[in-house]
Design a binder for this molecule. Structure first.
Ligand SMILES: *Cc1c(COP(=O)(O)O)cnc(C)c1O
Length: 395
């Protein structure tokens, strides 16, 4: 699964590739759409908004028309906050499944919103499993809702949302998914997985530019959320009702971002939809991980938990390795990398998403080899403590 050279434009434009999980490297066609100004009130723009909503909804195979899509201005976090503030009853109690920065952010958001919540805290990267979620729900019947992060971008782990969904609904609770960094590349069809709502944003796997996020939620849930939100601008019911009635966003929409997003959606479709996008990213990851392991690097996660979105590697034990130097050497070769977020061991992350394919990934591995040579690092193997951490992951 690779892109044609005309699709891959970053180096031709003199830009580095962004090996980051959004903003990410977008196509020339996506960037080009931003050269035109649109009137937000105009019929053409209203049609663009309608198309955006329809195309996103089509990705969940909701043949019964039970769900709707509501876009909202802001970055992904704004949409997570909008979802929680609009859908979680004020007297509800939430179980947050946290294994990284985004799970923690969900808990922090609930604290701001004054919602009661408890957390299953799995640390930096251990997966929350169905069994422990079932236990937590059985022990605390006050819990009404569960929030899970699909791909926890801070480590790259793909959380087992199918087994989680099963136990959540078996306990009579409802599931909300932060699928920010996975939607569009990993299937979330409603026949395979039960959930109330998911959130994602323009600048992740659909490969648009940043500026808005969107919620895909049960219409029933949207209808019930009238008057619940604490916030005027983050009120999903109001955004939904206005959009359905007038075709417009309530407040100034990011018009250029929407135009660019439509080009990104078109490319997503012509690539072959969610399955093909996921296959390209998986291939990116496989080529990357194989090449990095050949240099002596180790991944934080065992293969079973590696997402096709982003991969965490341990920094080499060799004292000649410096992350800042490595970053600069990679940037000189046209690649922007991403620091790690682990508390115990030094690490860095390489993203597999955006307008990159396996050919680019081979160049990434070659650039890493050159950077190591420039630092005088002969073997990239991590310190002992890193491998001790890793063995804590049983599967
Ligand atoms: C990107 C991301 C978000 C949103 O982050 P923003 O910086 O607000 O766009 C939320 N959750 C996950 C899992 C993400 O990857």
């Amino acid at each position: 699964m690779s892109l044609t050279p005309s699709q891959i434009k970053a180096p031709e434009l003199g830009e580095p590739y962004l090996l980051t999980p959004g903003p990410l490297t977008t196509s020339f066609a996506v960037k080009q759409e931003m050269l035109r100004d649109w009137g937000s009130w105009d019929g053409e723009f209203r049609l663009m908004t309608a198309r955006l909503r329809d195309d996103l909804l089509a990705m969940i195979d909701d043949h019964e028309g039970a769900y709707d899509c509501v876009p909202l201005q802001g970055s992904g976090t704004y949409v997570v906050e909008a979802m929680l503030g609009s859908f979680i009853p004020r007297d509800g109690k939430v179980l947050v499944l946290s294994n990284g920065a985004y799970g923690q952010r969900t808990a922090q958001t609930l604290a701001y919103l004054g919602r009661d919540y408890v957390v299953i805290d799995k640390g930096d990267y251990m997966p929350p499993r169905g069994v422990e979620v079932a236990q937590a729900l059985a022990q605390d019947p006050a819990i009404t809702d569960v929030v899970v992060v699909h791909c926890e971008t801070s480590s790259g782990i793909l959380n087992p949302i199918a087994e989680i969904s099963e136990v959540v609904y078996a306990a009579g609770c409802r599931l909300f998914i932060d699928s920010m960094s996975a939607f569009g590349a990993i299937s979330l069809t409603v026949n395979d997985l039960r959930y109330e709502a998911l959130v994602s944003s323009a600048n992740k796997c659909i490969e648009g530019v940043p500026g808005f996020g969107f919620v895909i939620a049960r219409k029933e849930l949207l209808a019930q959320s009238k008057g619940r939100s604490h916030s005027l601008s983050l009120d999903l019911h109001a955004q939904w009702a206005t959009m359905n009635k007038t075709g417009q966003w309530r407040f100034t929409p990011p018009t250029h971002v929407v135009a660019a997003f439509l080009a990104a959606l078109k490319a997503h479709q012509s690539e072959g939809g969610v399955a093909a996008r996921g296959a390209r990213y998986s291939r990116n990851r496989d080529v990357l991980v194989e090449g990095m392991r050949a240099l002596g690097f180790e991944t934080l996660l065992k293969d079973r938990w590696l997402s096709p979105i982003i991969v965490t590697f341990f920094c080499p034990a060799d004292p000649k390795f410096s992350f800042q130097r490595f970053y600069d050497l990679m940037k000189d070769q046209g690649f922007i990398i991403y620091p790690g977020k682990l508390t115990v061991v030094d690490s860095f992350r390489l993203g597999c998403i955006g307008q990159i394919d396996e050919h680019v990934m081979r160049q990434v591995v070659a650039a890493v080899a050159k950077a190591l040579a420039a630092m005088g690092v002969n073997d990239a193997c991590p310190p002992e403590i890193a491998m001790t951490e890793r063995t804590r992951l049983s599967a």
